[in-house]
Design a protein around this ligand. Sequence first.
Ligand code: DP6
Length: 374
Amino acid sequence: MTEKDFIPKPYSNSLESGSFTWSSPSNIALVKYWGKKEHQIPENPSISFTLDNCKTTTNLTFSKKSNHDGFSFEVFLDGEQKDDFKPKIETFFKRVEVYLPFLKDYHFTLETSNTFPHSSGIASSASGMSALALCLMSIEKSIIESDVTLNAPDSYRDERPFNNDYFIQKASFLARLGSGSACRSLEGDIVVWGKHDNIEGSSDLYGVKYPYEVHQNFKNYQDTILLVDKGEKQVSSTVGHNLMHGHPFAQQRFEQANKNLSDIISILKSGHLDKFIALVESEALTLHAMMMTSQPYFILMKPNTLEIINKIWSYRKASGSKICFTLDAGANVHVLYPESEAPQVLEFIQNELVAFCQNAQYICDVIGLGASKL
Ligand code: DP6
């Protein structure tokens, strides 16, 4: 597949109006995406667990407008108009217009809500952009289907079968253009994004479901997200990615990510949790090491992030637990552990880690199956 395969044949836009709702989860990377080329192409492949409880639900209503100039839309979060979300969506619309030629023909109302608190420091861009991309794909699908039912001339019809695989692949492709990690949020339970020679079907253009055997140890893997700092991000991820250009350790980092992706294949197959822990924690710390060694440099961990990491290490040493942590580009800690350990680990979290969370807040999540149409 190339970008061109996502440009549809002309359609007649006979559809007057409609509305679609999709719910899409967040995801947590095990091997991190950090650094991108032009057009949201990742510098290295990444792999993530799709989450289940942390979700965005988006309803997109569309109605035909009389002119074709400019994008016309309004955005609501939890029922409140959010004009400050508009520039990001406008940029997204501009990037995807060539793949969704109907965008200037309709006025859109986007109503969105997250299951997690907006100010939790949990990025909503992955779940938000994937939910929006799926709504747009539902519109494209119904435009094409309505063309067919109205007996539109053959030239209006897209000959490519509009099957489910293509729908998801194009939605992931569009989501990527909104926010890179969003392309890993459509399916579950493990998704790879970025071309890797050992992963069949992997692509820089969209996420694919991890195609190989996964050991029972990873079934219903738990992710408890400790909310250490709920403030606005100090550095946007786009700025962070750009700091990998000219970064003194960039090439070694991209090579390491490729190797970690090779290594995780046998770890996922064998269920070797000690190796899993070593790889996942090293990835998290490397991500932050990249931030600490870029120009300008920055530290996104907080003192409580380190307190939690040290507590996790002591608990693991003392109990033999397979608990581990990962981080995204912020201070919150994702605590990962097998389902079989859930009761003990939750007790440990409540007794020893919650004290380091802002307002004692944490979110219990689990590896999930991806987006759903409501
Ligand atoms: C640290 O996907 O938020 O979470 O493509 O600029 O929107 P943009 O970046 P984004 O970056 C996520 C970075 C990360 C690692 C990861 O999820 O792989």
